[in-house]
Write a protein that binds this ligand. Sequence first.
Ligand SMILES: Nc1ncnc2c1ncn2[C@@H]1O[C@H](COP(=O)(O)OP(=O)(O)OP(=O)(O)O)[C@@H](O)[C@H]1O
Ligand SMILES: [Mg+2]
Length: 343
Amino acid sequence: MATVELRNVGKVYEGGVRAVDNANITVNDREFVVLVGPSGCGKTTTLRMVAGLEDITEGELYIDGNLVNDIPPKDRDIAMVFQNYALYPHMTVYDNKAAQILEIEELLDRKPKALSGGQRQRVALGRAIVRKPKVFLFDEPLSNLDAKLRVQMRAEISALHTRLQATMIYVTHDQVEAMTMADKIVVMKSGIIQQIGSPLDLYNNPANRFVAGFLGSPSMNFLTAKLREEAGKVIADEGDSQIELLPQQAAALKSYVGREIVVGIRPEDFIYNEKGGKGIRTHVEIIEPLGAEIHVYVSTKKHQMISRVAPTVHFKVGDEAVFNPMMDRVKFFDLETEQAIPA
Ligand SMILES: Nc1ncnc2c1ncn2[C@@H]1O[C@H](COP(=O)(O)OP(=O)(O)OP(=O)(O)O)[C@@H](O)[C@H]1O
Ligand SMILES: [Mg+2]
């Protein structure tokens, strides 16, 4: 049993930098929670407060229901794996106490400088595992590895989580890691938690424009459009193109009629219409064939947008292309507050 709870936790560094503001996070027993957000948003600070390596300025931190604000790191029963493999350079892998579980037995006599990045990170993991801590903390453990190894280690850490049935908190700025590894994602920006939820929850129901744009690659397209009513229908007018809202969307956005809003369309929901006709009229600007799909960058007079298209479609730069948003997947955001408008 190992739970972690942050209640109204804040951190102000000496000199007055506020790194974390009023964080409320519940990590359940055996849960894999990922803290994600851009550089400087307070991920490492949050993790270091959980580890006890950083004083908590405000609020309370509970591990297994016990208030641990003033408990030193060594008594918190926590193991932390850092970005830059913190191995002891004079010790062998064996001394660094790596486990069989990580398939590094043939390396046991080696010293860290004789290991690849991935092997070092496995040893660091091994050292954390043998301590059998209540909670594992990871701070960007894969960011020094090359792309292929990162994908492999990502899967290994996920498998390890399943095998050890341990509570884990994992920090990354990589939204793909967050989406693929997490039971629960905490999205942070400028020290403030933006949203907490399962990966698909956040992907499908982002609370605001920041979360919507941060999760997913390529990013969600955002169009500024003015809402107007016409013959009983509500239209989002982008300038050149008009998007007709579904009846329930029209009802939900009634108070926005006459004002500008932000329409969010994911690249996979921005569907190429081979027949042309009605829709968002664009010109093709950049074509990125990825093999399994094409990312096509197109623009209207006002906006640049990306669509994911089947590899069989043949575009040329400069082509006119019409796209139709999958209306039941489209999101709406308040232009000023950037909060999602439930519709
Ligand atoms: N020891 C410190 N003293 C003062 N300010 C600090 C200190 N450590 C971090 N900060 C500031 O606190 C904020 C959050 O930093 P933190 O390291 O938690 O961000 P992060 O999300 O981990 O970023 P990254 O993705 O770059 O690692 C930043 O503005 C940073 O400059
Ligand atoms: Mg960090």
